[in-house]
Design a protein around this ligand. Structure first.
Ligand code: 0PR
Length: 373
C-alpha cells in the first residue's frame, strides 16, 4: 500500500488530533484484543475499568459506571436508549389509561450534535430542538416550554461543536428533574478542557445521569476511544443484553467486537497527561485561540469570542474557498462562519502561517508577529 495518511500541519477543522506517543504505542500493543469478549481478553477488560474510573475522576464522579465507546455518537445514542427504556418502565402504568403508548421525547438545544438525530431515528423518539440564546447557549425558557410529562431526556452540551459553548448545566438538570426526565451532558469534545475552567459542567455540579466524554478528541488518545459515563450501574443495566455463548453474561455496548486499541490508548493518554499535561495543553490551546481571534478582529472580521479553544469568524465565502485551495483544512458552521478548532496539534506557528496566507489572499500586508508557543 502506497498511500500515506494526511499530516496535521494544515488541519484546523478536526476534533481529532495526533495521539500522545504513549497512546500510540498502547494502541498498537492492544490492536488484536476485543473488550467485547471479556472472558477471552481479560487484560484489556481490566484496562477498560481503569479508563472508566479515570474518566469518572475527570468528570467529578467517584464511583462511575460506563464503557469506552466508539465515539461521541455511540455514547449519545446509548444515553438516549437508556432514557427511552427508563421512560417506558415509568409510563407502563400510565399508558394503560390512555389510547396507545406515549412517544417519548428528547429535548435538546439546536447546538446539539447531529448524532442525536441518528439516535432519534434509530430509537423512535421525538427530538425537540430548542433555540439557543444570543451567546449560542441553550435558551432556558425555551427548554422549560418544550419539556412535558413525555420527556425522557434533556440534553445539555458542555463544549459545543460549532462555538465551544457550555450550556447552563445545573439549570438544565433542574428542568429535567422537574418533569422526571433523565439528564445527559455531551462533553465529547469539552470534557478534557473544562476541568481547568470555572464552568459548571460535570456530575458534581448538577444532577447529571449520563455523559459523553471522548478520549479520542481533546484527550489525545487514538481513534476509536469515546466514553459513556453513567452515574450508577442501574442506568447501564437498561442497555444490558444477555450473551448466552460468551463467558460474560451480558453486554451493554452497542457494538459487539470493538477495538482494544482505543481502550488501551485512552488509559495510556490519561496516565501520561491527567491532570498536569491536559492543563498545560488547555492553556496553550486557549492562548492560541485568543491569539487567532485577536488577529482576525484586527483584520476587521466579526469573531465569536472563544470561551473554549474554538474560533468562529465571519470570513467571506471566496476567502474561505481560497484558503481551502491553499490546503488549509477548515470547516464552516451551519450559518457559514469559518471554524478553527485549536486542538493539541495546532501550534502558534501554524496559525501564523494561516494568518499570513489570509493576508496574502486579502491583498493586505502581513503583520509580523512574535511566536511564544
Ligand atoms: N458530540 C460533540 C459535541 C461533538 O462535537 C461530536 C463530534 C460528537 C458528539 C460525535 O463524536 P464522534 O464523531 O466521535 O462520534 N464533532 C465533530 C463533528 O461532527 C467530529 C469531527 C471529528 C469532525 C473530526 C471532523 C473531524 O475531522 O463535526
Amino acid at each position: 500500500m502506497q498511500v500515506e495518511p494526511q499530516t496535521f500541519d494544515r488541519v484546523l477543522s478536526s476534533m481529532c488530533t495526533e495521539p500522545h506517543p504513549d497512546a500510540r504505542a498502547a494502541a498498537e500493543r492492544f490492536l488484536a484484543t476485543n473488550p467485547g469478549d471479556p472472558g477471552t481478553y481479560p487484560a484489556v477488560t481490566d484496562l477498560e475499568e481503569e479508563a472508566i474510573s479515570m474518566l469518572g475522576e475527570i468528570a467529578g464522579l467517584s464511583d462511575p459506571a460506563g464503557y469506552v465507546a466508539s465515539g461521541g455518537t455511540e455514547a449519545n445514542i446509548q444515553a438516549v436508549r437508556i432514557a427511552r427504556d427508563r421512560f417506558e418502565s415509568r409510563t407502563d402504568s400510565r399508558a394503560l389509561d390512555r389510547t396507545g403508548n406515549p412517544t417519548p421525547n428528547v429535548v435538546m438545544p439546536e447546538s446539539g450534535h447531529f448524532s442525536f438525530q441518528k439516535a432519534a431515528n434509530v430509537l423512535g423518539v421525538e427530538l425537540r430542538i430548542v433555540p439557543t440564546d444570543r451567546d449560542h447557549r441553550a435558551d432556558l425558557e425555551a427548554v422549560r416550554h418544550s419539556v412535558d410529562e413525555d420527556t425522557a431526556l434533556v440534553v445539555g452540551v458542555a463544549g459545543t461543536t460549532e462555538y465551544g459553548r457550555v450550556d447552563p448545566i445545573p439549570e438544565l438538570g433542574e428542568i429535567a428533574r422537574s418533569v422526571g426526565a433523565l439528564f445527559h451532558v455531551d462533553a465529547a469534545w469539552g470534557g478534557f478542557v473544562l476541568p481547568f475552567t470555572d464552568d459548571e459542567w460535570n456530575f458534581s455540579h448538577a444532577p447529571v445521569d449520563t455523559m459523553a466524554i471522548d478520549p479520542h478528541k481533546m484527550g489525545q488518545a487514538a481513534v476509536p476511544a469515546g466514553g459513556l459515563l453513567a452515574r450508577d450501574e442501574t442506568l447501564l443495566d437498561e442497555l444490558a443484553i444477555d450473551t448466552p455463548y460468551l463467558e460474560s453474561t451480558s453486554q451493554a455496548t452497542l457494538t459487539g467486537t470493538r477495538s482494544g486499541a482505543g481502550v488501551a490508548s485512552a488509559v495510556a493518554a490519561m496516565e501520561a497527561l491527567w491532570p498536569g499535561g491536559y492543563q498545560r495543553q488547555y492553556a496553550r490551546s486557549q492562548r492560541n485561540a485568543d491569539w487567532l481571534a485577536d488577529a482576525l478582529v484586527a483584520r476587521g472580521f466579526e469573531v465569536v469570542d472563544p470561551t473554549l479553544p474554538l474560533v468562529a469568524a465571519d470570513v467571506p465565502v471566496s476567502t474561505f474557498d481560497s484558503l481551502r485551495r491553499e490546503g488549509w483544512r477548515i470547516s464552516r458552521t451551519a450559518t457559514g462562519e469559518m471554524r478553527v478548532v485549536c486542538m493539541p496539534h495546532v501550534t502558534r506557528s501554524m496559525l501564523e502561517s494561516f494568518v499570513a496566507d489570509l493576508d496574502r489572499l486579502q491583498c493586505r500586508a502581513s503583520v509580523p508577529v512574535v511566536s511564544d508557543d
